[in-house]
Design a protein around this ligand. Sequence first.
Ligand code: MN
Length: 233
Amino acid sequence: MGWAATGLHGRPSPSRGPRVEDPPPSNGPFSLTEMPYDYADLEPQIDQLTMEIHHKRHHAGQLSNLNDAVADFPELADMTVEEVMKNVSRFNTSVRNNGGGHYNHDLFWKVMAPAGKRGEISEDLQTALERDFGGLEEMKEAFTAAATGQFGSGWAWLILDDESHLQIVGTPNQDNPLMDLSPTRGTPILGIDVWEHSYYLAYQNRRGAFVSNWWDTVNWGEVSRRFSEGPIH
Ligand code: MN
């Protein structure tokens, strides 16, 4: 492995073994996303330790808090996380933040993939990118601007609106455009987490460098699949 000799920024790469303790088992109806690849598989763009802490502590913590909220809102137990998002205004801030965190991270893990498993942009998605942005590069520019321009913690998204047009949206905190209280609504087909915990160990404050490198991890096969499924109604 050529990259393993130097790792990011010339430092020795960490070992590939687990470095962070596993989270406790699920404490309710929602389950932590099973990672579709190993934590080290997104190197050199995203380092193993960042991925492990992000999944086993940040995502798992939000998942646990979402499950705790079922005590206050028993109806959550019978809802998918997508249904929770679309009705999130019925609940409280904890459900908004932790339910959003669960939905967002689940998508984030799945729209990235190791080298060789990133698929291709479908013809239909390519056509829509040309129609709505002028092309892939123009979409990436607009998305990158939303990701780097998001003040503080949040996310940037490529969404499919209810007319099946593509748009770029930024959201603060753990909000997302599927939420019924989002100013711009739609179904995310690609998203990036620009909270500092997503990149700080390797990139420190250089969010722009993280976003730029992150493009190389995108699983275009999965993004195309989500596009082909259409908006969630
Ligand atoms: Mn995160």
